[in-house]
Design a protein around this ligand. Structure first.
Ligand code: ZN
Length: 367
């Protein structure tokens, strides 16, 4: 073969491989995925998983295909954040999310929110209730209250507003009256108040989002004060179902989570963006906790699909997160987390069934 013929032959071979790779029949968005990830996704798919905590800003055929392939239903959570251009305005987010629900073939549900920056308006509570009721009528299943309540927004006298402010009362009563669920993200991981800690799974977040790193800010509310306000909402609204997202912001203290679950029968937690804390704790302790509270833990991830996201890279991350979480909870395999070797919990099948599916349906009816 001449030199130029060899180059042409190699080019043809490369093209054939590329064509074959993009047409591979299973999980095509990441053809180089290792076999253990394939196996994990098969287990995950078989349980008909529900991810109760995602943020999807656009519809995309590749995302839709992935949800179908994984038998996966997701709860799309809205948040109003004044520093994020995608999250500044509420109504466009609602319109977009409802469109996803309508076009998503049953794979999307909506957790709406209200605009807490309007807290100072005289008609704040009534307006929020009206808007939430409109969203319920169009299919929203839950309402989110975010960390800007407690950590950012101040009242007219300059005090940080807390989740148990009487102005939020009518909103909670309305959610309970409709049989819907309140998702609370209150406070942040301990490290947001503490010294710099590169070993903490959330530390990189504060390097990228320094506005939420609140250590050494004179007069800033303590984490305890913010969570106490959340707990008063639980106590004052016993008929309101509340899911405390991100392990209820008690990510380093399973005993404390357990005390909350014991004390408040209307409280459950999700695992969103805090799975690594569980992975880095003693496995016997985490297993015992998840088995004892198997009816109170909902699987969630906090995965995002931003408007500017590059598909299929983003979906490769989604799939590897699902595979990793499944391997940790459902198998006894070794996995590497933050440079450390950890082993999977190998939880009993009925417990997995609850965490990945049944609890979502029970705590967020309509899913
Ligand atoms: Zn989130």
């Amino acid at each position: 073969m001449t030199g130029s013929a060899r180059i042409i032959a190699q080019a043809l071979l490369t093209l054939c491989i590329a064509l074959f790779a993009t047409q591979a029949p299973t999980f095509p968005s990441s053809p180089q995925k290792p076999a253990d990830e394939e196996a994990a996704l098969r287990g995950f798919t078989a349980i008909h998983p529900i991810d109760v905590h995602v943020h999807v800003f656009k519809s995309d055929p590749a995302l839709q295909k992935m949800l179908e392939r994984l038998n996966l239903k997701v709860l799309n959570i809205l948040v109003v954040a004044d520093t994020n251009p995608n999250r500044k305005q509420l109504q466009p987010q609602i319109d977009n999310a409802l469109q996803l629900v309508r076009s998503g073939g049953g794979h999307f549900a909506l957790c709406t929110t209200f605009d807490p920056y309007k807290f100072g308006d005289a008609s704040f509570s009534a307006d929020a209730v009206k808007q939430i009721d409109r969203d319920f009528a169009q299919g929203a299943l839950a309402v989110k209250i975010w960390k800007n309540v407690g950590m950012e927004i101040k009242d007219s006298s300059g005090k940080y507003i807390m989740a148990d402010d009487p102005k939020f009362g009518p909103i909670y009563q309305d959610i309970a009256a409709h049989g819907k669920t309140l998702m609370t993200h209150q406070a942040e991981p301990d490290v947001a108040w503490g010294p710099a800690d590169a070993a903490d799974p959330s530390w990189s977040y504060y390097q990228e989002n320094p506005q939420w790193y609140v250590a050494n800010r004179p007069g800033f509310p303590s984490k305890q004060r913010i969570l106490d306000a959340r707990d008063r909402v639980l106590a004052q609204n016993p008929k309101l179902r509340m899911v405390g997202v991100h392990l209820g912001s008690m990510e380093r203290d399973l005993d404390n989570i357990g005390r909350h679950l014991d004390k408040y029968p209307n409280f459950a937690i999700d695992t969103a963006a805090r799975m690594e804390y569980l992975m880095l704790m003693p496995p016997e302790k985490v297993s015992a906790f998840l088995i004892k509270y198997q009816d109170r833990v909902l699987y969630g991830t906090d995965l995002e699909l931003l408007p500017e996201a590059n598909l299929p890279d983003a979906l490769t991350e989604w799939q590897s997160t699902y595979a990793r979480d499944w391997r940790f909870l459902a198998t006894g395999e070794a996995l590497t987390v933050e440079g450390k070797q950890v082993r999977g919990l190998n939880l009993p099948q009925p417990v997995l069934q609850k965490i990945f599916h049944n609890n979502a349906i029970r705590w967020i009816p309509g899913l």
